[in-house]
Design a protein around this ligand. Structure first.
Ligand SMILES: N[C@@H](CCC[C@H](N)C(=O)O)C(=O)O
Length: 269
């Protein structure tokens, strides 16, 4: 059996996008992992299935490179209007989102962030704005759920931190029963943050849309920033707007690179 796909990305966070609106696609963890494999498959950070929905224009399912299905992906959500050809409402495991073009960029209403310890989720009750938790010499982090779980460290000097060791260690810490995306942030100026993200189920990515949202929200809650926050990632910049009680608005680029077709029989499952 062969499958048609589009290769897309948001700031270098890359996706294989499959249209399951007319022909349903039976996606499994093993198949998602095989397609995402950069040596023996197509290669991507996330596999995205666009399907039908009773509640929105389309449904979106998200699978990490390790095959695990997750709730949210900010950069992939910006790709959906390009894939569908118009502004859309999107049903995800994290709720209903709206995405639409604004000039050359795409804006997404990412919904409201959540801060309850059991909403992150964490293994036990604690303050999520200044968590009493530490790994090596990292400062106390903030935890935010923006559809998916994030932890944010604000660092004086990101270059001095061994993120390659700490990213996987924290992702798999039993404090996070659903694992966690790990954000290493550094304030560069008022309302401007530099960010490196260790993504759950992937590792380092060039950009993480939900990571940028979680970091901007945590910066505003900690009064390190106020108003629209520019988040600079390896792949480029995102603009995140949020105020307490409001929805998060994320604006940034989305790119359709090419279309292709894959013979599933040739994959290493
Ligand atoms: N790249 C994404 C986030 C993808 C999901 C994440 N790895 C998770 O497991 O929650 C983004 O742009 O938000």
């Amino acid at each position: 059996m062969s499958l048609k796909f589009a290769k897309m990305h948001g700031l270098g966070n890359d996706f294989v996008v499959i249209d399951a609106r007319t022909e349903p696609v039976l996606m499994t963890e093993a198949l998602a992992r095989a397609i995402a494999d950069r040596k023996t498959g197509i290669g991507c950070d996330q596999l995205i299935l666009i399907g039908t929905s009773d509640r929105a224009d389309v449904g979106m399912r998200i699978f990490n490179q390790d095959g695990g299905e997750v709730e949210a992906c900010g950069n992939a959500t910006r790709c959906v209007p390009l894939f569908v050809g118009r502004d859309v409402s999107i049903e995800t495991k994290a709720g209903l989102l709206r995405a639409g073009r604004s000039g050359d960029l795409v804006s997404v209403d990412m919904g409201e962030p959540r801060f309850g310890w059991d909403e992150i989720p964490l293994a036990y009750a604690m303050d999520t704005l200044a968590m009493p938790a530490s790994w090596d010499d990292l400062p106390s982090p903030a935890a935010v759920n923006v559809g998916n779980p994030h932890i944010v460290f604000f660092l004086d000097d990101r270059a001095a931190v061994d993120m390659a060791k700490l990213g996987p260690l924290i992702e798999h810490d039993p404090l996070f029963p659903a694992r966690v995306n790990v954000n290493f942030a550094q304030m560069l100026d008022t309302n401007h943050v530099g960010l490196t993200v260790w993504e759950r189920g992937v590792g380092f990515t060039r950009a993480c849309g939900t990571g940028a949202c979680a970091t901007a929200v945590a910066a505003i809650r900690r009064k390190l920033a106020s108003g629209p926050v520019r988040v600079s990632l390896e792949g480029g910049d995102l603009l995140i707007d949020w105020a307490p009680g409001a929805h998060i608005m994320m604006t940034g680029p989305a790119t359709h690179v090419f279309d292709g077709q894959i013979d599933l029989a040739e994959l290493s499952l």
